[in-house]
Structures are given as C-alpha cells and as structure tokens.
Design a protein around this ligand. Structure first.
Ligand code: ATP
Ligand code: MG
Length: 297
C-alpha cells in the first residue's frame, strides 16, 4: 500500500510526532528487489528497532534515511522536508543531525581514539569553527558517556571489539545528533558487552533526547531497547507495533524468527544438498537469501 504525505503537514510549525517517515520506498539492485514499497513512521524521541533476516534490506533502508542510497520509488521525509530528492549539498546539513553507527563502521587505524572521535568535529570546522578547548571538551564528554575516557590516547588496535564499538558510538554522537542510527550495534559481541551497548543506546536516548533507530537480529538487544518494533521480511514490513505485539504473535514467520528456527523448506534444501553431495553442504549455495514465508508443517 502506497501512502502519501498529507499536504497540511508541511504547513504546521508544531513538531511532527514522526520526525522521520518513509513512504512507499522501493529499491532494486539490478534485478534484485530489495525494498518493495515499504512505509514506516519513526516516533520522535523513541527507539524503533528493525528486525529481520539477513539480506532483507535493513541496512539499505537505513542508508536511504541519510541519502546514502536513493530510492527508485517512494519518499523519505525528515522534519517535514522531503530528503530523497535533495542534492548532496543540501543534504549535508541534514546529515549532521544524524549519528550513524555503521554495520562495519571501522575506526581509522592510524588515528588515536581521541582523533577518531574528534574527526566529525574537524570535518565541520570550516563551517562552524570550534576552539581547541571546546573541541577537546566535547571529545572528553562523549568518551565519558561511553565509559572510555581513559582510552583517549590509545590506538584502535589496542582495544577490544566491544571497546571499538563504544568508540565508534562516541564518534557517532559527538555532533549531538537529533537522530541516531545503529546498524547491528551488538553483532560479534559477547552477551555482557552487548548489554553494555544496549545500556548505552538507552542512555543516549535520554541524554540526547534523540530519536533512535536500531537495526539488529539480536533479539535480546531488540527487546531490551525497543519502544517500537518493526519486522521486515523480503523487503516488506510484516509487523509493526509495541514489543508485546511480537511476543504474542501467532504468525508462523514472526514466531519462527523469534525462536531462531529455519523453515522446513530451508532444512529440506540442506538435507537434500548433503545427500547429493555426500559431503558437508555449502550453506550459501542452498539457503535462499530470505526465509520462505511458508508456515512450518
Ligand atoms: N550497493 C549495493 N549494490 C548491490 N546490491 C546491494 C547493495 N547494497 C545492498 N545490496 C543487496 O541488497 C540486499 C539487502 O542488503 P542489506 O545490506 O540491506 O541486508 P541486511 O538486511 O542489512 O542484511 P544483514 O542482516 O546481513 O546485514 C542484499 O542482497 C545485498 O547484497
Ligand atoms: Mg545489514
């Protein structure tokens, strides 16, 4: 279903309840249809978690919010302004209102922690000069927020994976963003380090008053941080609402995803491939990119 923005929205001064809206967003790469006309309203000051199997288009969706991908069809709105059609130049100030923790957001290996975290400030320097003192203070403050002030002079190679994620998070918030996008913030971390990140996501929301969007397939993390949950499947939104709606869902695709179970069809494909090959199956060859929506038998 394609929704369009009501014309009156752009005429009012009151802050919209949904600072970010995507409307009928569609995106393909060659013949691969990744997003198939999805519409989501992201509530202000809340954390929306986007769940969904690998390859269903979660990262592609996040990139559309900041113009790193442009849709084939549909619209992206930020604070009553349509952003998907803006030039790079006009997007730049909007991007500064977003902090983006990228899925593989590596730190710059040749820079110390404080230089990594201060990088967005230096980039901004030409338009809004900050004093060296103010710059250092802001870096120190965000390092304090992620609990890693003592690492300021270390190099990324001297940190653990969890610490590097926290430093990347400090870098994402150093410009005091109004929106923070987290792409798989806990992937690759053990449960305790994951919980530290979850706590930080909750803390960032209250400290910055930011609207947060978290993409994850870590269910523990999803239910810890979410005010609002969206489940994507094969480029479409299949369920959206309060976390309880998901816990109580009887939909076979939702409940199978929440239980972490493959479908019968996927399991059969693997068993058959093993029988034919007489050897260990190559999962990437036999697993469909997205699980089937066929209910388990
Ligand atoms: N720039 C691109 N060019 C071509 N294909 C792309 C591009 N970006 C993403 N894709 C494809 O689009 C599909 C969705 O990718 P996306 O990264 O959004 O998945 P995801 O849901 O984030 O998965 P994961 O949970 O594994 O991170 C994948 O099949 C991916 O290969
Ligand atoms: Mg991804």
């Amino acid at each position: 279903m394609i929704r369009t923005m009501p014309e009156t929205v752009a005429l009012t001064d009151a802050p919209a309840p949904f600072p970010i809206r995507v409307v009928g967003l569609a995106k393909s790469f060659d013949r691969l249809k990744v997003l198939k006309g999805i519409s989501i309203d992201f509530p202000r000051g809340k954390t929306t978690v986007i769940l969904g199997p690998s390859g269903c288009g979660k990262s592609v969706l996040l990139k559309h919010l900041v113009g790193l991908e442009r849709p084939d069809r549909g619209e992206v709105w930020y604070e009553n302004q349509r952003v998907d059609t803006l030039s790079e130049e006009r997007l730049a100030p909007i991007r500064r209102e977003f902090g983006f923790l990228f899925q593989n957001g590596a730190l710059f290996d040749s820079m110390s922690v404080e230089d990594n975290v201060g990088f967005p400030l230096r980039e901004l320097e030409s338009s809004t000069p900050t004093s060296a003192y103010e710059h250092a203070q802001r870096v120190r403050r965000v390092l304090q927020m992620v609990g890693l002030e003592e690492t300021a002079h270390k190099m990324p190679a001297d940190l653990s994976g969890g610490q590097r994620k926290r430093i990347a998070l400090a870098r994402a918030i150093v410009l005091r963003p109004k929106v923070v996008l987290y792409d798989e913030p806990t992937t690759g971390l053990d449960p305790i380090r994951s919980d530290v990140i979850n706590e930080l996501i909750i803390k960032m929301k209250s400290a910055l008053g930011a609207t947060s969007i978290v993409v994850t397939h870590d269910l523990v993390s999803a239910f810890r941080v979410a005010d609002h949950l969206v489940m994507m499947h094969e480029g479409e939104v299949m369920l959206e609402g309060a976390p309880d709606l998901f816990r109580d869902s009887t939909d076979p695709v939702v409940s199978r995803f929440l239980r972490g179970e493959a479908s019968e069809e996927e399991l059969r494909a693997i068993r058959e491939a093993s029988r034919h090959d007489g050897q260990r199956p190559q999962l990437s060859r036999v697993l469909p990119r997205n699980p089937s929506s066929a209910p388990p038998r």
